[in-house]
Design a protein. Structure first.
Length: 134
């Protein structure tokens, strides 16, 4: 339900109409980092669950933004193949990440810290690409 509301209403009626693609990318990266930090250090179960579902909304936008950026930089004749590769990678990650997370949690590793690191690296790469194209 949260996914549907985010994808159908928030992205179309709020985010895409009020912000440019570059601004959405920057806002989304910063928001994801902040939300994942909050989730990583949440102590109460209810607080953790609420924060986690809010973070999911920003994470969904993250995938939409990346797919859009990658597809817009590809050649027209390659978009179908690239879309299929992106879909395959996303599905593989959605399958493998819970298994890896289970292993890491077994050793008391905070998986959200690693997610924060990955999103931060992604933000740096996106910012570098943005500055290069100015």
């Amino acid at each position: 339900v949260i996914w549907a509301i985010n994808m159908w209403y928030l992205i179309n009626n709020f985010r895409l109409q009020r912000f440019s693609s570059d601004n959405i990318t920057l806002i989304n990266h910063i928001s994801l980092i902040i939300w994942y930090i909050l989730v990583a250090f949440a102590k109460e179960e209810l607080f953790f669950i609420v924060l986690f579902y809010i973070t999911i909304c920003f994470g969904q936008t993250y995938f939409v933004i990346y797919n859009n950026i990658i597809m817009s930089k590809s050649k027209k004749q390659d978009t179908g193949e690239i879309s299929g590769v992106l879909w395959g990678i996303q599905n593989a990650v959605m399958f493998l990440w819970p298994l890896l997370a289970w292993i890491l949690l077994h050793y008391n590793v905070n998986i959200f810290i690693w997610t924060i690191i990955c999103v931060t690296i992604s933000a740096i790469v996106m910012f570098y690409d943005y500055k290069k194209n100015i």
